[in-house]
Design a protein around this ligand. Structure first.
Ligand code: GLA
Length: 367
């Protein structure tokens, strides 16, 4: 294990260490970076997929628990199909019929989700080995990850240079800053796919977590989970999380959209005030531990997913099992299928422009 920065008492300053996380199936060595802040919170990130492997934060009595699902080693991530903790790209979420048109040219992607493309294709950014560099940051410990997605990779046009900076701040927030540039017109939609359970990973279902989402509308989907194009009011639907509501309160209601998703697996349209900074997207409270997580973002949407496809079969960290609905995701993003939906906010990136988005998961406690 190597201590990278800074030296000094860990309990007062925070630190970053690096250790081996094993080898990818094709033999590339990858590492695990452990960032600790001055309060003893800790995030572990591997440069395989830019994945958040663990995230340890205190409860109301100061007890630390790991609040994200994951695997103990790189093999788990290489084999896994759930995108635990990963950076998802080049296009997070679905593209209908696995194709889109830019300047009259049709681009064809792999159909890895029924008829559609999901999360960047067969070998998305979650399977890439990223270049890692520790950075000094004024408010915590940072890790910069970069990746060059080549022109034509997974069918997308343009050499896309991507940088993701993770910062664990001294006030228990995990900030993720995504940047990208291209040499050809392309589409980009990056997110992080962490699965949260604020009572601790492997500790049962998340149906009792209280959720608020700053959204008045959502994007209803068809049977392939592709948005129909409608922005539907959440009023009188199980998608109304404008006031704190238990995730499980309405999840089994006889509702067509919930049935299509097998639970919640939908994009909500965030109520974003004008301006370019981050705004509050969602707040989650777990009453037994008092842990609170707020999600702040510059993105217009968030995919709320209740782990409907988890089946408890593969072994998670420390032997934990992850049954259906044992975690939730709040994937900040542009809307699914935006390349084919002219009325949705644009995901097109041109040469000379810089893609730049920020999402922060802020942890605190309630008494
Ligand atoms: C996203 C999708 C889900 C599912 C998960 C990964 O949240 O919307 O349908 O594919 O990723 O299992």
């Amino acid at each position: 294990m190597t201590t990278l920065a800074p030296t000094g008492a860990k309990s007062q300053l925070g630190s970053t260490t690096k250790k081996s996380f094993g080898k990818t199936p094709d033999g590339q060595p990858v590492d695990l970076y452990v960032l600790t802040n001055k309060n003893g919170s800790e995030v572990s990130i591997t440069n395989y997929g830019g994945t958040v492997v663990s995230l340890k934060v205190p409860d109301r009595s100061g007890k630390i628990a790991d609040v994200v699902l994951g695997y103990d080693n790189v093999e788990g991530y290489a084999e896994g199909k759930s995108y635990f903790g990963a950076i998802v790209g080049r296009y997070g979420n679905r593209i209908g019929h696995a194709q889109f048109v830019l300047d009259g040219k049709t681009y064809t992607l792999a159909k890895n989700n029924g008829e559609n493309s999901l999360h960047g294709g067969v070998n998305g950014f979650n399977k890439a080995v990223w270049t890692a560099k520790t950075l000094s940051s004024k408010d915590g410990q940072s890790l910069e990850l970069s990746y060059l997605s080549k022109d034509g990779e997974e069918g997308f046009p343009g050499n896309l240079k991507v940088t993701v900076i993770y910062t664990l701040t001294d006030d228990n927030a995990l900030r993720i800053e995504y940047s990208a540039t291209t040499d050809k017109k392309t589409v980009v939609n990056l997110t992080n796919h962490s699965y949260f359970n604020l009572a601790g990973q492997g500790s049962g279902d998340i149906l009792g977590h209280l959720l608020t989402i700053e959204a008045d509308k959502f994007t209803p989907v068809d049977s392939g989970l592709i948005p129909t194009g409608e922005l539907r009011d959440v009023v009188d639907t199980p998608f109304d999380f404008r006031k704190p509501t238990a995730i499980g309160a309405r999840i089994n209601q006889d509702d067509q959209q919930l049935k299509l998703g097998g639970g919640y697996d939908h994009n909500l349209v965030l109520r974003r005030p004008a301006g370019s900074g981050e705004s509050l997207a969602a707040r989650v409270v777990e009453a037994t531990t008092g842990r609170v997580m707020e999600v702040w973002t510059t993105e217009p949407g968030v995919q709320f997913y209740t782990g409907n496809f988890l089946d408890g079969k593969s072994a998670g960290k420390g032997g934990a099992t992850y049954p259906k609905r044992s975690a939730f995701c709040l994937e900040t993003q542009h809307f699914p299928d935006s390349p084919n939906q002219p009325k949705f906010p644009s995901v097109v990136l041109n040469p000379g422009q810089r893609y730049h988005t920020v999402t922060t998961y802020k942890f605190s406690v309630e008494k």
